[in-house]
Design a protein around this ligand. Sequence first.
Ligand code: ATP
Ligand code: MG
Length: 353
Amino acid sequence: MEKIILTGDRPTGRLHIGHYVGSLRKRVQLQNDGDYDKMFIMIADAQALTDNFDNPSKVRNNIIEIALDYLSVGLDPLKTTIFIQSQVPELTELTFYYMNLVTISRLQRNPTVKAEIQMRDFETSIPTGFLCYPISQAADITAFKANFVPVGEDQLPMIEQTKEIVRKFNSIYDNVLIEPDAILSDNSSCLRLPGTDGKAKMSKSLNNCIYLSDESDTIKNKILNMYTDPLHIQVSDPGHIEGNTVFTYLDAFCKDEDFGEFMPEYTNLDELKEHYKKGGLGDMKVKRFLNSIIQKELLPIREKRKELEQNTDIIFEMLKNGTIDARKVAASTLREVKEAMKINYFEHNKIIF
Ligand code: ATP
Ligand code: MG
């Protein structure tokens, strides 16, 4: 079976280090290993509108920001098809047909949607489109017959919903759709990177992000003000690693080599953690170490972005071409779906009943 990868991001803001460790880094690795047949990356503007319908400029303006972030981290349009969701109307059509296969109560049980409804204060008035976005995500994945979807942990309920739709569709109509599997990071700290406030998932909508494009000073300020362990008051106090965001970020980013370069008194993260737990290691020292690591990782990304920002015409052209390619694939799946559903009346220029 072909290995087809699809994933994407909502144009609700620039991409942050949660995206990077949760999904982007893996995409670039898959792309460069060449261990796939096709890779599609979607800028999910139609999905972003389900909870930003009253702010279309935000969604529109962030399309280029996301595309710049993609290219800055090393996604390559020659190897990967990057496209804009709303410009592939076949996806909307598929969504409409899949809606028949999903109950409202099933959508209301989706834990990610539930959390997002709460976060957005939608409890008393949930936009229908927002409640249904997992169905539209199933359309996105199945339109490309993707079998691998590299995502953060918050997307697991969407993949589960997609599998259910695929099974139901194939059993009622015909064996057209492919069941996808999520590709999750094997580093547990990367599955749902917390925000710098230490409270929730790092999320564009929560203002708790370190953005890939943040300037060096901004990154430093954000890190030095980060949440650590409230019980670690004096340097000599024993510290806690669990729920300590600085250590979660170190788990996500730190490599043994970083010690040689920035903190030669330790050889690995376990040693640093042991010292912190015992007491005698100050938060500022750990934060400065984390800052050095993140600065090193983000510097080339930021520099590449500045270069790309000089000529955004090329990027729009790339998005246009990617969208044309993506549309062909989605149209071919839609044709099969309509045939299976017996709504292909006018194919081959004749009415087939
Ligand atoms: P929004 O607040 O608009 O929902 P977001 O920050 O949650 O934005 P998305 O565009 O919804 O970002 O997510 C894109 C991809 O990045 C998804 O695969 C998601 O699982 C992953 N992702 C998002 N935030 C994190 C995070 N904090 N840690 C790990 N992965 C993440
Ligand atoms: Mg999200």
